[in-house]
Ligand binder design. Structure first.
Ligand code: NAD
Length: 240
């Protein structure tokens, strides 16, 4: 059985990715930072699908936590076939003059640096195996700037830069690196008010379901000739 670690997978998009991969034969690592009860529930759902689930608490923005997370998966299962860097936070919308240093650092710490820590630690093992898959959950905001602010957009655009650099660097080791850039998705990330407003901005007249993001992630993992690519899942709101 292949193993997949999805950061921030207790709920929302991460949970949908965990269930999608479990349904298609992957053992799944559920990572959470504080919501232990719902993480247990997600692990239970993974097991119900006939897959193995490993539950690991770690705040990916802390280097030791992120490195221990990867190490624990290696200790338990001896391999990481897939890493999905999904953990992220949405800060309050702010103009640049109102973004305090601390908030910039927190958004970068979780959304970008956490993904770097996990990728660096996992790549070390994937390189030895000469096989692996890394996927980043970016955002439409990383493409068009979004409407939250410089901090969120920079963190999500940063993921796309890291993804392309690693796709080049790791291809010789048979490791593929890709990204999904969702538009608004129906999770607890957004308020109901935001969801209604954002639905009107999509050509499809609605926001995405988490399962639609999970489906794109699995496609990227399974297509063995795609690397350095980003799939936009945004109902036609932003086209390239
Ligand atoms: P969510 O708030 O429902 O889930 C976020 C998950 O990340 C949670 O499980 C949370 O516990 C985890 N998390 C947060 N900080 C963490 C940390 N320091 N360490 C480990 N885990 C941590 O949000 P979601 O909508 O499922 O978002 C998932 C990802 O998708 C995020 O990176 C987000 O930026 C991105 N995204 C979401 C939307 C959307 O509209 N929902 C749109 C574009 C991109």
């Amino acid at each position: 059985m292949k193993s997949a670690l999805i950061t921030g997978s207790s709920r929302g998009i991460g949970k949908a990715i965990a269930l999608e991969l479990a349904e298609h034969g992957y053992s799944v690592v559920i990572n959470y930072d504080r919501d232990e009860m719902i993480a247990h529930e997600t692990a239970r759902m993974v097991k119900e699908l006939g897959s193995e689930a490993l539950l690991i608490k770690a705040d990916v923005s802390w280097k030791d936590d992120a490195e221990n997370l990867i190490q624990q998966v290696m200790d338990e299962w001896g391999k990481i076939d897939v890493l999905v860097n999904n953990a992220g936070i949405l800060p309050k919308a702010k103009r640049i003059e109102d973004i305090p240093d601390q908030e910039w650092d927190r958004v970068m710490g979780i959304n970008l640096r956490g993904a770097f820590y996990c990728s660096r630690a996992a790549a070390k093992y994937m390189k030895k195996e000469r096989s692996g898959n890394i996927v980043y959950i970016s955002s439409i905001a990383g493409k068009d700037g979004g409407n939250v602010g410089a901090h969120y957009a920079a963190s999500k655009a940063g993921l796309l830069g890291m993804m392309k650099a690693l796709a080049k660097e790791l291809a010789p080791y048979n490791i593929r690196v890709n990204a999904v850039a969702p538009g608004p998705v129906d999770t607890e990330f957004l308020t109901e008010d935001m969801k209604q407003k954002l639905a009107k901005m999509s050509l499809m007249g609605r926001i995405a379901k988490p399962e639609e993001i999970a489906h794109a992630v699995r496609f990227l993992i399974e297509n063995e000739h795609i690397t350095g690519e980003t799939i936009n899942v945004n109902g036609g709101r932003y086209m390239e």
